[in-house]
Design a protein around this ligand. Structure first.
Ligand SMILES: [Zn+2]
Ligand SMILES: [Zn+2]
Length: 66
């Protein structure tokens, strides 16, 4: 699964660790580079121990945990 980054339109691949695909909400998929999402303040750390992060969808504002 791969697509274009929402911001820089570079390739985002689901197999890359710092590439993000938001597809657990709504009826759309959003592709992001971690650095692009972080640059737009879309990423919030949930807990330091778990390593989970919350990512805000730039299209609709829904929050996904990854
Ligand atoms: Zn990007
Ligand atoms: Zn969305």
């Amino acid at each position: 699964m791969s697509g274009e980054c929402h911001y820089c339109h570079g390739l985002v691949s689901g197999s890359e660790r710092d590439h993000i695909i938001l597809n657990q909400h709504g009826n759309h998929e959003v592709y992001l580079h971690e650095q692009c999402a972080d640059g737009h303040n879309l990423i919030e750390s949930v807990g330091s121990s778990s390593g989970d992060v919350e990512i805000v969808c730039p299209e609709c504002g829904a929050v996904e945990t990854q």
